[in-house]
Design a protein around this ligand. Structure first.
Ligand code: HEM
Ligand SMILES: [Cu+2]
Length: 539
């Protein structure tokens, strides 16, 4: 019978102060997890309200101005407070040092500082909600964002501050990966999640400053009317869009790459098979990071940039498909003839594969210049990016959450309820968002509060889906929290996985390992050894 270790990072040392001043990456990871889940909940509440408003044409619940504010708040919170920090800051912090056999990240104090910076930035962003909200859309396009009377400054200042948190986390991870790998862990023996975090960190460090500069320029423009972006004052609004997307396209890979990293872990562990094409997956992460800097203009096909530029951006956009395609191919090939077990993390990985592929393929439609001219600013876009962000990143996030939950707490959640919840989320997601591809292709514009009667059935269907989705999350919250206190003891390695984080007790001790582990086998050598699940032993 397994039992929980007496001392672990959770209770050693004790007390609130020891948490607030902690330099333990695991505690910081958990504190990030609490913060981003709060953001997800808040963003989710806004989502449910705007979806409810769209149940029928005209006013159901909130008026048009409030609608504009709510979809902006939903988008901005989901992007800047939730999805960008989600996987790297919460799971990256918790498992990266464990996975490479280190005691902590390279700069533990900087790590704690990034958490406080995140909280500070979030408070600024949330302050805008009580001081008049923001109604510009999450992209803060000028010149509207310099004219609207809503609280643009505190929101953009918040996002500016959040950027530092993201840069510091990235910096910390790069140095950690270079310097603190366990003896024998060469670059090509690193788990693929670590590769993904590495590629992500490079983007975080290189792209985020551009967003910072852009937002500061926007704030200056708003405060002193200097005429950088506003054509009435001799500025150029298209310049703003270049600046913004120069960050925000790479940022979509800050969102998806870590998710892809989790999927590589899950597919191999739950297929009990060596990952196919390890190097191809690792290099494709770097490839994605590189290409991500060359395609920002595909957000601006109808902005008035030159036709030549649009054609080049369209052409380059197709290249993004190659490394992503390589990954999907390798995952599917890994599963082929594997001995697949369908526990909750794997069900999320399969949901990812299905939904991300739809998101990615529709991205190719949108990358095609001529098609995008028609679909631009319609619900097709809304469907596309929810398939990528929610169907992709959030599914991977949930997969990781279920995979590492027993590591965080030492206890298992109920597999039965986890399956019910994943089913509700998968079905609810598709009902909510697939209908929007159709709406968009029929011409329903995005960011609209009202619509023609002809769109009502599909909008109604979509809103109904959001209820199923919401229910799935409520169920999840209940069984996950229940597991912390009552779950069955998991033991060190409940899944029978081979990476280092599973060699130390769950929850791990403060210093991670009794002695620094050495590489005796690769992270996916299921062809050489088959580790036993510690969960099975306790039955
Ligand atoms: C709970 C499930 C969700 C529902 C029901 C939902 C629903 C919506 C709706 C109705 C809109 C407004 C569409 C429009 O009027 O143009 C929207 C926009 C948006 N959503 Fe979601 N969403 C969900 C989850 C997410 C997640 C997880 C993310 C990202 C992590 C996300 C990111 C965005 C963004 C960036 C926008 C664009 C906001 C803008 O146009 O400025 N959503 N969503
Ligand atoms: Cu893009």
């Amino acid at each position: 019978m397994n039992k929980l270790p007496d001392k672990s990072y959770l209770n050693d040392p004790k007390g609130l102060k020891s948490w607030l001043l902690t330099r333990d990456h695991k505690r910081i990871g958990l504190m990030y997890l609490y913060a981003i889940m709060t953001a997800f909940l808040l963003g989710g509440i806004f989502a449910m309200i705007i979806r409810l408003e769209l149940l029928s044409p005209g006013k159901d619940l909130i008026d048009a101005d409030t609608y504009n504010q709510f979809f902006t708040l939903h988008g901005a919170i989901m992007i800047f407070l939730f999805i960008i920090p989600s996987i790297p800051a919460a799971f990256g912090n918790f498992v990266l040092p464990l996975m490479i056999g280190a005691k902590d990240v390279a700069f533990p104090r900087l790590n704690l500082a990034s958490w406080y910076i995140y909280i500070l930035g979030s408070l600024f962003a949330l302050y805008s909600i009580i001081t008049g909200a923001v109604d510009t859309g999450w992209t803060f396009y000028t010149p509207y964002s310099t004219e609207t009377t809503t609280s643009v400054i505190s929101m953009t200042l918040g996002v500016f501050i959040l950027g530092f948190s993201s840069i510091f986390t990235g910096l910390n991870f790069i140095v950690t990966i270079h310097k603190l790998r366990a003896p024998g862990m060469t670059w090509f023996k690193m788990p693929l999640f670590v590769w993904a975090l590495y590629a992500t960190a490079i983007i975080q460090v290189l792209a985020t400053p551009v967003l910072g500069i852009t937002l500061i320029l926007l704030i200056i423009e708003r405060v002193v009317g200097i005429g950088i972006f506003d054509p009435a004052m001799g500025g150029d609004p298209v310049l703003y869009q270049h600046f913004f997307w120069f960050y925000s396209h790479p940022a979509v890979y800050i969102m998806i790459l870590p998710g892809m990293g989790i999927i590589s872990e899950l597919i191999s562990v739950f297929s009990h098979k060596k990952i196919f094409g390890y190097k191809a997956i690792a290099f494709s992460s770097l490839g994605i990071a590189f290409v991500s800097f060359l395609v920002w203009g595909h957000h601006m096909f109808v902005s008035g940039q030159s036709e030549l530029a649009a054609m080049i951006f369209s052409f380059l956009t197709f290249f993004v498909g190659i490394p992503s395609g390589i990954k999907v191919f390798n995952w599917v090939t890994t599963m082929y003839r594997g001995s697949i077990s369908l526990e909750a993390p794997m069900l999320y990985a399969l949901s990812f594969l299905f939904l991300f592929t739809i998101g990615g393929l529709t991205g190719i439609f949108l990358g095609a210049l001529s098609v995008d001219v028609h679909l631009h600013d319609t619900y097709f876009i809304v469907a596309h990016f929810h398939y990528v962000m929610m169907g992709g990143t959030v599914m991977a996030f949930l997969g990781g959450l279920h995979y590492w939950w027993p590591k965080f707490w030492g206890r298992m959640y109920s597999e039965f309820w986890a399956r019910i919840s994943v089913a509700l989320i998968f079905v609810g997601f598709n009902v909510t968002f697939f209908s929007q591809f159709i709406l968009g292709s029929q011409g329903m514009p995005r960011r609209y509060y009202n619509y023609l009667d002809q769109y009502q059935p599909l909008h109604g269907f979509s809103t109904f889906g959001s209820w199923i989705l919401g229910l799935g999350f409520v169920v999840m919250a209940v069984y996950l929290i229940h597991a912390i206190f009552r779950g069955k003891v998991a033991g060190a390695n409940p899944w029978g996985a081979l990476t280092f984080e599973w060699t130390t007790p769950s929850p791990p001790p403060h210093e991670n390992f009794d002695k620094i582990p050495t590489m005796e086998h690769g992270p996916y050598d299921y062809d050489k050894i088959v580790p036993r699940s510690t969960l099975a032993e306790s039955d």
